[in-house]
Design a protein around this ligand. Structure first.
Ligand code: FAD
Length: 432
């Protein structure tokens, strides 16, 4: 590696790869991405998520202005990128379901936030209208959100990385940043590269290290008051084909977001009371355990006639199914159930904590005919949530020219990734 790098990005999750992609479009600079994992496939947060393209209805301008802005912008950019770059996606629409009277005010708040954010096409649904969208889903009222969808997140990360690489960005896997120091207007970077320790200098350092972004920021500024408080999110699966009697039509089905106390117990309180506690950080708001369709696969056939829309994943022996009649990907044979949140032991605690019963109890109110046997435990993701803060932190450090920290990029970071990347591009243009 050259001793001096112009721009270094730490972390090749969806955000680091999106930034590399965006900067590679018109910066005639040398750009290096360092990634501690051995592959660039979104392991960590970027593939262990719901894969939901959020519409921007949950993040208010008052409490999380960056999430609100970047989610709305990211939603449009993501659909456009996927369409142009053959990444599997589908605009499925979403139902946000209220099942009890106490939830109606919470539902109104989602509607208000969506309107303030300028999300188009939202409609209130009554009990019968819910059934017209999803006959096997129940509620007393709901919101229909047309611009929500799903994306195959591993494909997205891989595509961003491949395009950036073909534009000249260098990706170094199995390279972990272990130390950083600011001296004479440069960052001196130390990386563990397999079994070797290597050092280089960089002019601009973009810290996009997900769960570890707080630790990297603190290597440079010990006074930094930000801390990632990781949250574990367990998933289960429901194989629809096993229960054709409770077929789902492929929308994202969410309960109404509700408050939760620090011990994980649901705060069953009127909305105004919740709002007071939320402002004081005494409760958190959770989108809840929801149902999201996933993309259908067939076994990968190396001898099949070339299909330009099918996306093969030889490593797992599967191929995404594309329906030429409808010009869309097949989805919904398997439905994700989750995330069920809990506190992990540490940032690497990927052991599943929630049993089938937990998922069952969470979804039963709006998906009443599901049975315990229909639920199979799946994977776990860990969110890089900031302690006592509700928004993303994306900032250039004024005391160290060239340092840009992205800390607490939790949900809706997948949806927002391309908007975050454009935001960073402007910051880089300004400081370069
Ligand atoms: C359970 C769950 C559900 C979610 N659901 C959704 C959803 O439906 N929709 C949505 O929009 N968002 C969702 N999110 C949020 C979204 O997944 C994240 O915001 C997004 O993936 C963050 O991407 P990232 O690149 O910042 O982080 P990551 O994907 O965590 O990537 C960070 C990278 O940095 C690397 N790294 C860390 N430390 C170092 C180091 N010292 N040196 C080198 N490399 C390092 C890591 O190996 C990793 O590859 C969800 C998140 C979780 C956990």
């Amino acid at each position: 590696m050259t001793e001096e790098v112009r721009i270094t990005i730490v972390g090749a999750g969806v955000v680091g790869c999106a930034i590399a992609y965006e900067l590679s479009k018109d910066f005639n600079e040398n750009i290096v991405v360092i990634e501690k994992n051995s592959q660039i496939n979104g392991e960590n947060q970027s593939s262990r998520n719901s894969g939901v393209i959020h519409a921007g209805i949950f993040y208010s301008k008052d409490f999380s202005p960056l999430k609100s802005k970047l989610c709305i912008e990211g939603n449009r950019l993501l659909y456009d990128f996927c369409e142009k770059n053959n990444v599997a996606f589908k605009k499925t629409g979403k139902l946000v379901i209220a099942t009890e009277n106490i939830e109606l005010e919470y539902l109104d708040d989602v509607f208000k936030t969506a309107n303030e954010n300028g999300v188009e096409g939202i409609k209130y649904l009554d009990q019968d209208e819910i059934k017209r969208f999803e006959p096997n889903v129940s509620g007393i009222a709901a919101l229909y959100v047309p611009s929500s969808g799903i994306v195959e997140s591993t494909q997205l990360v891989t595509k961003l990385y491949k395009v950036a690489e073909s534009n000249g960005v260098i990706f170094l896997t199995e390279n972990e940043l272990i130390d950083a120091e600011y001296k004479n207007s440069f960052f001196n970077i130390t990386v563990k590269s397999r079994n070797l320790i290597e050092k280089f200098k960089t002019k601009i350092l973009i810290n996009s290290a997900g769960l570890y972004s707080d630790q990297i920021a603190k290597m440079l500024n010990k006074q930094l008051g930000l801390e990632i408080e990781p949250i574990k999110g367990d998933y289960a699966k429901f194989y629809c084909n096993k229960r054709p009697d409770i077929h789902l039509n492929g929308l994202n089905i969410y309960p109404v977001p509700f408050g939760y106390y620090p011990n994980g117990e649901r705060a069953v309180i009127p909305f105004q009371q919740f709002l007071e506690l939320f402002k004081q950080d005494k409760v958190t708001k959770s989108l809840g355990v929801h149902l999201s369709p996933t993309f259908d696969f067939s076994a990968y056939n190396p001898n099949s006639i070339y299909n330009p829309k099918s996306i093969s994943n030889k490593s797992i022996g599967k191929e995404l199914l594309f329906n030429y009649k409808n010009n869309t990907y097949n989805i919904g044979s398997t439905v994700l159930i989750g995330p069920a949140y809990s506190k992990p032991q540490n940032k690497e605690d990927y052991k599943n904590s929630r049993k089938e019963e937990y998922f069952y109890n969470m979804i039963k109110p709006f998906f009443p005919n599901i049975m315990l046997d229909d639920i199979s435990i799946f994977q776990t993701g860990i969110r890089a949530k900031l302690k006592n803060l509700k928004d993303f932190v994306i900032e250039a450090d004024s005391s160290m020219h060239g340092l840009i920290n992205l800390i607490g990029i939790d949900s809706p970071g997948l949806t927002s990734s391309l908007a975050i990347a454009k935001y960073i591009r402007n910051v880089v243009k300004y400081i370069i």
